[in-house]
Design a protein around this ligand. Sequence first.
Ligand SMILES: [Zn+2]
Ligand SMILES: [Zn+2]
Length: 257
Amino acid sequence: MLRFASLGSGSKGNATLIESGNNDKDTRILLDCGFSTKEVENRLAKLGRTAQSITAIVITHEHSDHVSGAGRLSRKYNIPVWLTVGTSHACRDNDFHSTHYIDSHNDFEINDINLHPFPVPHDAREPCQFVFSDGASRLGIVTDLGYFTPHIIKHLNKLDSLLLECNYDEAMLLNGAYPQSLKRRVHGSKGHLDNKHASDLLKKLNVDKLKNIIGVHVSEKNNTEEYAINALCNGLGCEQSAVSLASQSEGFSWREQ
Ligand SMILES: [Zn+2]
Ligand SMILES: [Zn+2]
């Protein structure tokens, strides 16, 4: 059984825990590490876990909200890091305890968890996102993408759980306080997914098995919880109680699938 939780999600930092197994035999993956070591330690404690127990850090891309704390955490606790060559070269701090390069088109395993990476349109060197599986169920995590392609939809079909970017409301972004250059970047095809496109993506998926849908990377300036939740409900044709959001300060607590 896969379990997962978020240490926090948004433009100030992202980190998600994915784990399998029981007690001593747990495999525990930290997907992205956009928080300081102290923050990671505190946030892990709230989830009942320690940094010593992390099996691996997997990095999606080099933006600081995903990687700023990865080097220090890896060195302090001797945690190996998995990432693409492009991401590694683009990281300011890539002096990891040890490094495993991944091919963003090929599956790989970390103990009993299978990771299925796929490339996404985003303004980073070699970004990828992942589907995690223990053989029985599948968890998709898509935090940063400018738009969705048929290839991405194919990978996200028939998931048991999906963490999906609901970054911004288009009108709030375009009428908001961001400078024009940043508006263009976020809104562009290699920027971030807005509520409407998150909703449209869900409408194209086979969601027969979907038990958990959680909106992630929700902008604190260019979105509201209500808008993001409505978009997810609209995409799935479900009640508000069936969807939830990851917050910047708390993430979300343990889910099972
Ligand atoms: Zn990014
Ligand atoms: Zn990000």
